[in-house]
Design a protein around this ligand. Structure first.
Ligand code: FAD
Length: 550
C-alpha cells in the first residue's frame, strides 16, 4: 500500500549553521518544519572537515550566532580562531540548547524536489524513501559542501591510503613514520600542512597555483577579554553586519596610491601583525578595485614569503602572481615556515604536471614520488554544487540544472524565478563566501522568516521571484563584480574554474554585507518588490506589483 506523504509547512535541507538557525526561527513562527541532513549529526562544514589544522579564519567571537544573548554569554571560545572540534561542539550545544534534534532527520539525503503547481507544494524525495510534501522549502545545503572528487588516473590502484580533507575519518589519521603527499595548496592544505608535517617522515606538497596566506596570529582567548567582547556585543555585531566582509573592522579611508611607500608599509606591517584574512585588504580603499593599489599589497605579501622561506627557489615557487584577494585569501599558522623543514618538499605541478597516481605514489613528468598516503585538499564544487546535486524541478517541471546551464541566476541570492516557495541560504548572487558566513546566514534566515511571517499574516502562501527582478539582480551582481579585480582571477573557484565544464560566472555579490542587507531590507519595505505574492485561492495583493528597486 502506498504510504501517505507526510505534509509539513517547511522542509529544510541541511543541518549546519544555516539549517539549525532556520529551524529555530520556523518553530518561533509556529510552523511545522523538518530538517533533512545527510550526515549523522549536526555541524555541516564542521562535521565533515576534521582534517588536522581545520579551524575558522574569521575570529571565533564573530564566527558565531548572535540571535540569543544567553547563547552568547553561555559559551566560551578558547582561542582567537577556534579549531574544528570546538566549533562542532558549539553547534552541538546549540542543537541541545534549543532542542533542535527532534525535528532533524539525520542520515537522509534529499535527492529530488518537485513543485506541484496545483497543490502549491514541494514534493520532497529522499534516499531513505521518504515522501514528504511541504508548502515551503529552504535549501541550507552549504556553499562548500560538495567535495570535488579526485580524478587522477590510477588512483584505484594506489597501494597506500588516500583521504579527502572534506570527508576526513572521524577517528583521525596517524601519519607517524609515513611519506605523505598533499595535493592542493588552498585554504585547507595551508591549514593542514604544518600539522601533518609534525607527524609524517616526509611530506610532498603538489602545488598548481600558489596562494596568498596571512598569518592567523592565533592565541588563547583569555576569559576576561571574552567577557569584554560579550558586554559590547550588540555594537560589535551591528558593525560586522554593516561592513563589507561581515567583520567588525573600520572601513579604510585612503587609497593605497595617495600615501607614500613608508606609510603604506607601515599600514601593511600593522595588518600583518594583527593577522587574519583581512590583514592587508582593509588597509586601503582600492585594494579590490585598482591594479596598481593591489600590486602594492601583492609585493608586500611576496616579500614576506621570501623573508620566511629560506630556499630561494622554493620561495619563488610559493609566490602567487594573481591579484591578491581575488582568490580566497588563506590564513595560516606557520605554513610558509614549514617549508624550511628538510622533510617537506614542494612539487610544482605547473612545471611538472602529475601524470598519474601509481601503485607506489604520484608520478609527475619529472619522476615518481613514493608515498604511503595521499591527502586530497582539492576543494569543492562551490556555491552551486550541493544545490544542483538535488534534482530540483519548478514550474512546468523545469529542472534548476537546465535553468542554470549557463550559470546561476537568482533574485537576491535567495530565490529563483519559476521556483515558487523555494529559498536558498547564501545562494549565488549573495555575499556568501566573500563574507563572514554566519553573519550572512543569520541575515538570510531572518529575511526568510520575515517573509514567511508576512505571508502568513496576510493569508498568503505563495511567493515567487519575478523574471524581471531576477534579470535586474543578475545584471547588478555582474556590474558590481566587473568594477573590481575579482573576475580577473582565472583559476578561482569563485568563477567555478576548478570544476571542468562548470560555467565560468562570477557567483558571489561583491557589494559588501552592509549594502546587500540594505538592498534586501528595501525589497521588504517596498512590500516584497520584485516578488509575486499570492494565495491558493488565487488572490494576490496589489503591493506585489511594485517595481524592482534597481
Ligand atoms: C574547512 C572550511 C573552513 C571554513 N571556514 C570558514 C570561516 O572561517 N569563516 C566563514 O565565514 N566560513 C567558513 N567556511 C564556510 C562554511 O561552509 C560556512 O561558514 C558555514 O559553515 C556554512 O554553513 P551552512 O549551514 O550554510 O552549510 P554547511 O555547513 O555546509 O551545511 C550544509 C549541510 O547540508 C547537508 N546537505 C547538503 N546537501 C544535502 C542533501 N541533498 N540532503 C541532505 N543534506 C544535505 C550537508 O551534509 C551539510 O551538513 C569554511 C568552510 C570550510 C570547508
Amino acid at each position: 500500500m502506498a504510504r501517505r506523504p507526510l505534509d509539513i509547512d517547511v522542509a529544510v535541507v541541511g543541518a549546519g549553521f544555516a539549517g539549525l538557525y532556520m529551524l529555530h526561527r520556523l518553530r518561533g513562527l509556529g510552523l511545522r518544519a523538518r530538517v533533512f541532513e545527510r550526515g549523522p549529526d549536526v555541524g555541516g562544514t564542521w562535521f565533515w572537515n576534521r582534517y588536522p589544522g581545520a579551524r575558522c579564519d574569521i575570529e571565533s567571537v564573530d564566527y558565531c550566532y548572535s540571535f540569543s544573548g544567553d547563547l552568547l554569554a553561555g559559551w566560551t571560545w578558547t582561542e582567537r580562531y577556534a579549531a574544528q572540534p570546538e566549533i562542532l561542539s558549539y553547534l552541538g550545544h546549540v542543537a541541545d540548547r534549543f532542542d533542535l534534534r527532534r525535528d532533524i532527520q539525520f542520515g537522509t539525503r534529499v535527492t529530488a524536489l518537485r513543485y506541484d503547481e496545483p497543490g502549491n507544494r514541494w514534493l520532497v524525495s529522499t534516499d531513505a524513501g521518504d515522501v514528504v510534501t511541504a508548502r515551503y522549502c529552504v535549501l541550507a545545503v552549504g556553499c562548500l559542501s560538495s567535495p570535488k572528487r579526485p580524478d587522477f588516473a590510477g588512483l584505484e590502484g594506489f597501494r597506500g591510503e588516500w583521504y579527502h580533507t572534506a570527508q576526513w575519518p572521524a577517528g583521525g589519521v596517524d601519519f607517524s613514520g609515513q611519506r605523505v603527499g598533499i595535493v592542493g595548496t588552498g585554504s585547507t592544505a595551508i591549514q593542514a600542512l604544518p600539522q601533518i608535517a609534525k607527524q609524517a617522515d616526509e611530506v610532498h606538497v603538489f602545488q598548481r597555483t600558489p596562494n596568498y596566506s596571512m598569518p592567523a596570529q592565533n592565541r588563547p582567548l583569555p576569559p576576561g577579554e571574552l567577557r569584554e567582547v560579550v558586554r559590547g556585543y550588540g555594537e560589535r555585531r551591528r558593525a560586522a553586519e554593516q561592513s563589507d566582509a561581515g567583520v567588525p573592522v573600520a572601513p579604510p579611508e585612503r587609497s593605497a596610491l595617495e600615501v607614500g611607500p613608508l606609510e603604506r608599509r607601515r599600514m601593511y606591517e600593522a595588518g600583518w601583525r594583527r593577522g587574519g584574512i583581512n590583514a592587508l585588504s582593509y588597509a586601503f580603499t582600492d585594494f579590490f578595485t585598482d591594479e596598481r593599489a593591489n600590486l602594492t599589497a601583492q609585493e608586500f605579501a611576496r616579500e614576506k614569503i621570501r623573508g620566511i622561506v629560506r630556499d630561494r627557489a622554493v620561495a619563488e615557487a610559493l609566490c602567487p602572481a594573481h591579484h591578491i584577494g581575488t582568490k580566497r585569501t588563506c590564513v595560516d599558522i606557520g605554513y610558509f615556515e614549514t617549508y624550511n623543514s628538510g622533510h617537506v618538499h614542494l612539487v610544482d605541478v605547473r612545471t611538472s604536471p602529475v601524470t598519474a597516481v601509481t601503485p607506489r605514489g604520484v608520478a609527475t613528468t619529472a619522476g615518481e614520488h613514493a608515498l604511503d598516503a595521499i591527502v586530497f585538499a582539492i576543494g569543492f564544487d562551490a556555491i552551486t554544487g550541493a544545490l544542483l546535486e538535488i534534482d530540483i524541478r519548478g514550474l512546468g517541471g523545469r529542472p534548476l540544472a537546465d535553468k542554470w546551464s549557463r550559470g546561476p541566476c537568482t533574485y537576491l541570492g535567495l530565490c529563483v524565478a519559476g521556483f515558487p516557495n523555494l529559498f536558498m541560504i547564501t545562494g549565488p548572487g549573495s555575499p556568501s563566501v566573500l563574507s563572514n558566513m554566519v553573519v550572512s546566514i543569520e541575515q538570510h534566515v531572518d529575511w526568510i522568516a520575515g517573509c514567511l511571517g508576512y505571508l502568513a499574516g496576510r493569508g498568503l502562501d505563495r511567493v515567487e521571484a519575478s523574471a524581471a527582478a531576477e534579470d535586474a539582480w543578475g545584471r547588478h551582481v555582474t556590474d558590481l563584480a566587473g568594477a573590481t579585480l575579482y573576475p580577473q582571477a582565472p583559476t578561482s573557484w569563485y568563477v567555478g574554474a576548478n570544476i571542468p565544464g562548470k560555467p565560468r560566472v562570477f557567483m558571489p555579490y561583491v557589494g559588501g554585507c552592509g549594502t546587500y542587507r540594505r538592498e534586501c531590507d528595501e525589497v521588504v519595505q517596498r512590500g516584497y518588490a520584485g516578488f509575486v505574492l499570492g494565495a491558493d485561492d488565487g488572490r494576490s495583493p496589489d503591493i506585489a506589483t511594485l517595481p524592482v528597486p534597481l
